[in-house]
Design a protein around this ligand. Structure first.
Ligand SMILES: NC(=O)C1=CN([C@@H]2O[C@H](COP(=O)(O)OP(=O)(O)OC[C@H]3O[C@@H](n4cnc5c(N)ncnc54)[C@H](O)[C@@H]3O)[C@@H](O)[C@H]2O)C=CC1
Ligand SMILES: O=C(O)C(=O)Cc1ccc(O)cc1
Length: 361
């Protein structure tokens, strides 16, 4: 692939454009808000000048409700040899395109399973998709040349291609993305009017559970509107679990020993089923869950501290597999938890200590 046009230069469009541009593809950037395309260009994602002739691949990265009209417009103008979108839902946009009566052989619906709770080009990073699944939903009618272009895009973004049927994809993401998103919002919503004295006790657990509740509601209304049935089915199963758990907790309040035993069994049941589900969540790069050792380093809230730690870990020859930041409430300091292979932990601890970092024992 030598040339590409990215329409919609927000988080996903700009991240993909940066990855392509960094690997030698000439990328053109377009957005209905020209300032977004200018910002993406300034971030090294390509040029905001229009291409002179058809490009190899047109990637549409606009909110789901605008995908079909944006694609239809681009296809009618003949801007590319192949057309992809990246929307978080796949069945609806395809049906909308079919209803518009277009030849869909040069189109594939795709979905990179990677993102963030922040929007816009300033949140983009060229490595956003590295090691993450990128779903492709070709059909019998898809042009082979376009499928090859899509696979090339996924490879250039260092993602892992996964081929699926569009409706099967929508049921799967209802389970692993859309239903969890709503639950995250519901947990976070309990904090809105909570006492400050309670909120200041927040630790890493609630940060993990509520991170995605910070996402743009306009985008999520679009996503959920295009997948309401599968999400409602899952939420109703969760609702049954909630009812059971409330009953169990009420039994635990009883003065009757037998009732309290029943209550404890009910609570244990949901916790154990949670354990069984949690171990199925793949680790980084879609591999089996890995057990890392955590090395915790004290940092002050100053610019460049994190970059220095990563540089020192790199100089010690240790690969940091994952990272978490634990802010100390009300202080200008916190701990960075570096997750590394267990065998590398003593080496990293020694190297960082030698370079003057304060380590948590
Ligand atoms: N946010 C995430 O974590 C993920 C999002 N997606 C999908 O990627 C797509 C883009 O999402 P984000 O990049 O997060 O959104 P974003 O809000 O960061 O960017 C969307 C961009 O599209 C532009 N836009 C809106 N309507 C347009 C139109 N009609 N023509 C041209 N440009 C238009 C906006 O100005 C904005 O720059 C969505 O379909 C979303 O479902 C897929 C995977 C992850
Ligand atoms: O922030 C995260 O961890 C996400 O999982 C973001 C995300 C949002 C929407 C998608 O369609 C895919 C991924």
């Amino acid at each position: 692939m030598r040339t590409a046009l990215v329409i919609g230069t927000g988080l996903i469009g700009t991240s993909a454009a940066q990855a392509l541009a960094s690997r030698g593809v000439r990328v053109h950037l377009a957005d209905h808000d020209p300032a977004q395309a200018r910002t993406a260009a300034a971030l090294g994602a390509g040029t905001d000048e229009a291409p002179e002739g058809p490009v190899d691949l047109c990637l549409v990265a606009v909110p789901p409700a605008h995908v079909a009209t944006t694609l239809a417009d681009a296809m009618r103008r003949g801007v590319a040899r192949g057309y992809l979108d990246v929307a978080s839902v796949k069945g609806g946009p395809r049906r909308e395109l079919e209803a518009l009566g277009l030849d869909l052989s040069p189109y594939i619906g795709t979905h990179p399973m990677s993102g963030r709770e922040r929007s816009g080009p300033l949140a983009a990073t060229a490595d956003l998709f590295e090691g993450r699944p990128w779903v492709l939903t070709p059909t019998r009618d898809t042009d082979t040349e376009v499928l090859n272009l899509a696979l090339e895009l996924v490879a250039l973004c260092r993602a892992v291609p996964v081929v699926m049927d569009a409706d099967a994809h929508d049921r799967a993401v209802a389970l692993v993305s859309h239903m969890p998103h709503l639950l995250s919002s519901m947990v976070a919503a309990r904090l809105e009017h909570a006492e400050e004295s309670a909120v200041r006790l927040c630790g890493q657990g609630i940060r993990d559970v509520t991170r995605i509740a910070g996402s743009d509601p306009r985008m999520w209304i679009d996503i959920l509107s295009a997948n309401p049935g599968p999400v409602a089915d899952l939420l109703s199963a969760v609702s049954a679990d909630l009812d059971e758990t409330v009953r169990a907790l009420r039994s635990l309040q009883s003065s009757d020993d037998e009732k309290r035993r029943e209550g404890a069994l009910g609570v244990e049941d949901v916790l154990r089923r949670g354990n069984a589900g949690q171990v199925r969540v793949p680790g980084k790069h879609g591999a089996a869950p890995a057990t890392y050792e955590t090395v915790a380093v004290l940092i002050s809230d100053q610019p460049g501290e994190l970059a220095r730690i990563f540089a020192d870990a790199g100089a010690a020859g240790v690969n940091v597999e994952d990272v978490r930041i634990e802010h100390a409430t009300g202080q200008q300091a916190g701990f960075v938890q570096l997750m590394v292979q267990p065998a590398a932990a003593p080496k990293l601890t020694a190297a960082l200590r030698e370079r003057g970092w304060a380590m948590r024992q």
